[in-house]
Design a protein around this ligand. Structure first.
Ligand SMILES: N[C@@H](CCC(=O)N[C@@H](CS)C(=O)NCC(=O)O)C(=O)O
Length: 202
């Protein structure tokens, strides 16, 4: 198996899952500053995005929730997703909330602001991104009230929240208390420590 990742990008969460699983894998670094047309990743994944997972049969998987779900289901001994349909649905619901709302609607707007045509447009995009990310983090805070993980036991949803949390301090987005405690809990996991080290983020 091979993971295409970029240090500190959303692929961080899939990198953590591979470390949690503990089977051998390759990790190939992608420089997202390279134009898409010149990026070797574009020949593997026409969407040219990380995370991209190349499986042992050569087929590729893209999109965080799909990759995370497949890793969890093919490694049932690691209990990264519940076995019952209701539990799996709730974990996917929480995972997609982190990826599609917190990341794509919130933090991605802040990343995209550097390409804004004017300073006013840039400021507006950053303000909107911060607002959406903050409201999503408050929602996650409610989901974490009185419990350590987003849905039941530790799951793929927690790795999605984790990668989003790594973007909060640099973009001056506050982590509410339960999310801040979750972030610390995640950083204490050996798999997370190993991943941060491997990506040069420790
Ligand atoms: N919806 C995708 C999001 C993937 C994504 O947007 N990845 C970013 C990095 S966090 C990326 O590769 N962007 C490509 C680029 O910047 O050219 C997923 O769930 O995997």
């Amino acid at each position: 198996m091979k993971l295409y990742y970029s240090p500190g990008a959303c692929s961080l969460g899939i990198h953590v899952l591979l470390e949690e699983i503990g089977k051998p894998y390759e990790a190939e670094k992608v420089d997202l500053r390279t134009p898409v047309a010149e990026r070797p990743l574009s020949r593997v994944n026409p969407k040219s995005k990380v995370p991209t997972l190349v499986r042992d049969d050569g087929s590729i998987l893209t999109e965080y929730p799909a990759i995370a779900f497949w890793l969890a289901r093919t490694n049932p001994q690691k209990h990264l997703i519940p076995e019952d349909i209701e539990g799996q649905t709730r974990v996917l619901e929480a995972t997609d909330f982190c990826v599609a709302t917190m990341h794509m609607q919130g933090f991605s707007r802040i990343f995209a602001a550097r390409r804004a045509a004017t300073e006013a447009e840039r400021d507006s995009m950053i303000a909107q991104g911060r607002d959406i990310a903050t409201r999503a983090l408050v929602r996650a805070d409610g989901m974490l009230a009185g419990k350590p993980w987003l849905v039941g036991d530790f799951s793929i949803a927690d790795t999605a929240l984790f990668y989003c949390c790594t973007w909060a301090p640099p973009f001056e987005v506050a982590l509410p208390p339960n999310v801040a405690a979750h972030f610390e809990r995640m950083k204490a996991r050996p798999a997370v420590r190993a991943t941060l080290q491997a990506e040069g983020l420790a």
